[in-house]
Ligand binder design. Structure first.
Ligand code: NAD
Ligand code: IPM
Ligand code: MN
Length: 322
């Protein structure tokens, strides 16, 4: 039986994830869904936002649907999502940004780079080690190449090799892998790429880059489709997979039933495709499109529908099409 772990997390995670879970339950009542409560609440109760046994539980799932977690006010804090990505070895973070006339897939390296966790902090100096390895680069670029082959066959490498020797290694490994795979490939400095993605989104297909550059590129390119409320992501490793919106817990709007649940719904769609139901994923996207075309929108898109009301409209659209 397919088992799905549900992590609402914090803030708007409590609002958008239930909407996505309702849709999953409608399409797959035969799956088992079980909650894992990590995050701020767990930290308040125990002083620890995510325990080893929570990680062990997550590992029993076939796939994880994840909301977002607020950074708890504690010294030496290790981000819960970063810990999960690392211990589950979710090395490829896929962040699709799809709109009118363009379809970009950002593939972010997800376990190393500036997120190595290797840091030295003293009163007057702090350093963070940026780690790029051959193994880490090869596996993420191979994922990006496989995706490019299933799509339009084009790959762009985003890097800062003019300054960072670690990115010379990243770029060169990516170029060599792309060459031997036969996909058409170009590379760009990350600063120029960030602007060009906004100016000429239709020129791009798969974009592979290092950890923090992918983090920033995915928030900025969300501008092309209406903002953070719309962009989903998949964190994929060889054994485990976690699906989450690109956005965070949005404390500024949490608890008001105004968050856009589309990013969470699309993340659920990516989860279904990973679990073998690509058609279910398409059904979720068509239902979202139908609801938007009917003029039902949340506040970030200029409408007045609440999170739950938007979710209910998606459920009705799915039932109508059954
Ligand atoms: P954020 O993504 O939570 O919010 C940025 C802005 O976008 C806010 O104005 C917010 O209201 C808006 N926004 C985000 N999602 C939206 C939605 N679905 N609908 C409508 N508007 C939306 O980023 P932030 O404010 O920089 O971070 C808030 C907290 O979330 C921090 O503690 C951060 O560390 C955490 N965070 C967690 C994750 C994660 O767990 N995966 C990801 C990003 C940020
Ligand atoms: C994201 C987030 C995380 C990241 C934070 C919350 C650690 O911004 O998933 O985009 O930097 O990867
Ligand atoms: Mn981010």
């Amino acid at each position: 039986m397919t088992r799905i772990a549900i992590v609402e997390g914090d803030g708007i995670g409590h609002e958008v994830i239930p909407v996505a879970q309702n849709v999953l339950e409608l399409l797959h009542p035969e799956y088992e869904y079980f909650p894992v409560e990590v995050g701020y609440h767990r930290w308040e109760m125990t002083g620890c936002p995510c325990a080893d046994h929570d990680i062990a539980e997550l590992k029993t799932a076939d796939a994880i649907l994840f909301g977002a977690i607020t950074t708890p006010p504690m010294k030496d804090y290790q981000s819960v999502i970063l810990r999960i990505r690392k211990v589950l070895d979710l090395y490829a973070n896929l962040r699709p940004v799809k709109g009118n006339g363009f379809d970009i897939m950002i593939v972010r390296e997800n376990t190393e780079g500036l997120y190595s966790g290797i840091e030295e902090i003293s009163a007057d100096r702090a350093t963070t080690l940026r780690v790029v390895t051959r193994e880490g680069t090869e596996r993420v670029v191979r994922s990006a190449i496989r995706l490019a082959q299933q799509r339009s066959g084009r790959l762009t490498i985003g890097h800062k090799a003019n300054v960072l020797k670690s990115d010379v290694l990243f770029r060169d490994i990516c170029l060599a892998e792309a060459k031997s795979s036969g996909v058409s490939c170009n590379d760009k400095f990350i600063d120029a790429l960030a602007l060009d993605l906004l100016l000429h989104p239709a020129s791009y297909d798969v974009v592979v880059t290092t950890n923090i550059f992918g983090d920033i590129l995915s928030d900025t390119t969300s501008y092309l489709v209406g903002g953070l409320g719309l962009v989903p992501s998949a964190n994929i490793g060889d054994r485990y997979a976690l699906f989450e919106p690109v956005h965070g817990s949005a404390p500024d709007i949490a608890g008001q039933n105004i968050a856009n649940p589309i990013a969470a719904l699309r993340s659920a769609g990516m989860l279904l495709a990973y679990c073998g139901d690509a058609q279910g994923s398409d059904r979720i996207e068509s239902a979202i499109q139908e609801v938007l075309s009917g003029g039902i929108r949340t506040r970030d898109l200029g409408g007045s529908a609440g999170t739950r009301e938007f979710g209910d409209a998606v459920i009705r659209a799915l039932i109508r099409k059954e």
